[in-house]
Design a protein around this ligand. Structure first.
Ligand code: IMP
Ligand code: MG
Length: 181
């Protein structure tokens, strides 16, 4: 099956933006250690590239939640599939997400993490689709790119588990996907 993918954000642009974010985060966390929490699976490509651009000490942990079924629409239900390995007490937590869409995932997750008494929680996302927001209590501290209301793939983002490995952000052209062979 060969889908047509329209490039929305080129690889070079993503690299340059991640470099900027890394520099900004390094300045903001000067004298502290950043405890990066990657939201699996989508956040993993972004987190690895971002971590390499941060010059203050970094530690990492991973968490997997599900708010979506196989398709492209939010179920509104958030479930922790894999919890963190380590305590976040007194740590400066930076949540690293692939995309903030409805905001429901983080709207659920941030209060759960707050209860574990971190020193601070900040949120960093590669992509933001503000038009789609359904909650008002999610504040993004670091954003790679604000994008229009289109379903995107690549750089960790999937459509039914495919396309995560694309080195750019793209849109699956309507009519070219969705049919299982
Ligand atoms: P939210 O809870 O609606 O903000 O959704 C967050 C999660 O939905 C992201 O971490 C993605 O896994 C998924 N998601 C939202 N929009 C897209 C998209 O355009 N492409 C791929 N996955 C998406
Ligand atoms: Mg997903």
């Amino acid at each position: 099956m060969s889908d047509t993918i329209r490039v929305l954000v080129e690889e070079e642009k993503i690299d340059a933006r991640i470099r900027e974010l890394g520099e900004q985060i390094s300045r903001d966390y000067a004298g502290r250690e950043v405890h990066m929490i990657c939201i699996l699976k989508g956040g993993v490509f972004f987190m690895c590239e971002l971590a390499k651009r941060i010059s203050v000490p970094v530690s990492m942990d991973f968490m997997q939640v599900s708010s979506y079924g196989g398709g492209t629409k939010s179920s509104g239900i958030v479930k922790i599939i894999k919890d963190l390995d380590e305590s976040i007490e007194d740590k400066h937590v930076l949540i690293v997400e692939d995309i903030i869409d409805s905001g429901r995932t983080l709207s659920y997750l941030i209060p759960v993490l707050q209860q574990r008494r971190p020193a601070q929680i900040r949120l960093c996302t590669l992509l933001d689709k503000p038009e789609r927001r359904e909650v008002s209590n999610v504040t993004v501290d670091y954003t790679g790119f604000v994008i229009p209301n289109e379903f995107v793939v690549g750089y960790g983002l999937d459509y039914d588990q495919r396309y995560r490995n694309l080195p750019y952000i793209g849109v699956v052209e309507p009519g070219s996907s969705g049919q299982e062979e």
